[in-house]
Write a protein that binds this ligand. Structure first.
Ligand code: PMT
Length: 399
């Protein structure tokens, strides 16, 4: 998967530095030429010889080593890299790179590279949560650095929480995805909606649905990885914001409507995977509704159909809808393509195991206005997201 690719791996000084050995070993097994740069403090945790043996390349540890051949080393490695991975990335190296400090071989080489940069942070839970660190991560993500989020668990410092280096598998998958991904959505603004909406009844109750946001977040993440500027309007979910994506949190359908309208004018592509409530309570009580004898009736009124309104003002934008159905999937989905003026619709039967709400996978059919249907097998939501984006790119290139 990485044949003929050059990956430069930066190792900075944290206890997780020993796990970088496994990362390097896996990259080499996938066919990559791997060059390792270690910071001074990384060498206190693990010896350069380990990386030299695994990568079969000389490990760079110092700016001032006698060069073995005549080339400016940090520039040579920066130019050679197809991807630059820093694992573990400490708060210190993240802070330096975010603020333009180049005072050792690793920070200098990263600054000189035009290859995609991937960082896998690892640090104490409170350091990771520190607003300064989060600001630096946010800044780098906005500049296009890819992050492999740390895992949650018992940390070497004795604390429990978020901060431990992501699993090796996850890091490798990210490197492979970044190296093999093309930036085919660069320069495009993609507006994605995800999750459920909450229609308030009173201060303690609401009407909602079973959407977890997984499908929409996967689309937002994939679009970002393919170079798009992504705005994600999200109903309430438990998911972390995808790195580099502008996330706008909303509650009710009316709020989603407002935010989508605001970001619509300069969006090139809109993908509406949110499960928007069609109705809301006609009256919202400002106090808890108390139970009394007999039944209770809540009168509902229609929410705006956000996608339908976008379709009425489509212009040259690409509009993709979803259809969540329990029966007559194709017939209902076809009706939605026409009524909502869509470029295509992603239809899922939410009664199927492994499809629809909450699952990490989905089973979808893509329906097009000309009547064509493409049936996809069960795929992860990340894979479905990329198939949808492949179609979007195809439509952009056709225009
Ligand atoms: O979030 P997950 O747990 O990962 O689950 C994924 C999913 C099942 C929510 C997703 O795959 C999906 O099917 N999303 C669309 C759900 C839905 O509301 O479908 P619908 O058939 O009711 O709506 C059709 C389209 O119109 C959708 O694009 C919807 O966003 C849009 N719509 C609907 C109602 C409304 N008032 N405004 C809208 O814009």
């Amino acid at each position: 998967m990485l044949a003929n690719k050059c990956i430069v791996v930066g190792v900075s000084g944290g206890i997780a530095a020993y796990k970088a050995a496994e990362v390097v070993s896996r990259l080499v097994k996938l066919g990559a030429e791997v060059h390792v740069i270690m910071t001074e403090s990384a060498q206190k945790f693990i010896a350069p010889l380990t990386f030299q043996t695994l990568s079969r390349q000389r490990v760079v540890t110092c700016m001032w080593d006698e060069p073995k051949e005549w080339e400016v080393q940090h520039v040579a490695l920066a130019d050679k890299a197809d991807a630059f991975l820093i694992a573990p990335a400490t708060a210190n190296i993240i802070g330096k790179i975010a603020n333009g400090i180049a005072d050792d071989m690793l920070s200098t080489t990263v600054m000189a590279t035009s290859a995609p940069v991937i960082m896998a942070p690892a640090m104490n839970v409170h350091m990771y949560a520190n607003p300064v660190v989060q600001d630096n991560i946010g800044k780098l993500a906005r500049l296009g650095v890819h992050f492999v989020e740390p895992g949650v668990g018992l940390l070497a410092c004795g604390y429990s929480g978020k901060g431990r280096l992501a699993e090796v598998e996850e890091i490798i998958n990210k490197v492979v995805a970044v190296v093999n991904s093309c930036q085919d959505l660069a320069g495009k603004k993609v507006l994605v909606t995800a999750g459920p909406t909450r229609e308030v009844i009173d201060p303690v109750r609401f009407i909602s649905n079973r959407s977890t946001g997984k499908m929409g977040y996967a689309i937002a993440r994939a679009a970002r990885e393919r170079g798009a500027e992504v705005v994600l309007v999200s109903g309430p979910t438990n998911l972390d914001a995808p790195a580099g994506v502008q996330v706008i949190q909303v509650g009710a359908a009316l709020e989603m409507y407002q935010q989508v309208q605001e970001h619509y004018p300069d969006a090139h592509v809109v993908i509406k995977s949110a499960a928007v409530a069609d109705y809301r309570p006609k009256e919202v009580s400002d106090r808890k509704v108390k139970k009394k004898e007999g039944d209770l009736t809540i009168e509902l009124e229609r929410n705006p159909d956000i996608l339908l309104e976008l379709g009425q003002n489509k212009g040259d934008k690409i509009l993709v809808g979803f259809a969540a159905e329990t029966n007559d999937l194709v017939a209902y989905a076809r009706d939605k393509i026409t009524r909502k003026n869509l470029d295509f619709i992603v239809a899922n039967d939410v009664t199927q195991p492994g499809a629809g709400f909450g699952a990490d996978t989905n089973i979808v059919k893509l329906l097009f206005p000309g009547g064509q249907i493409e049936e996809l097998p069960q795929l992860t939501k990340d894979q479905v997201a990329n198939v949808i984006l492949d179609k979007v790119v195809g439509l952009i290139n056709k225009v």
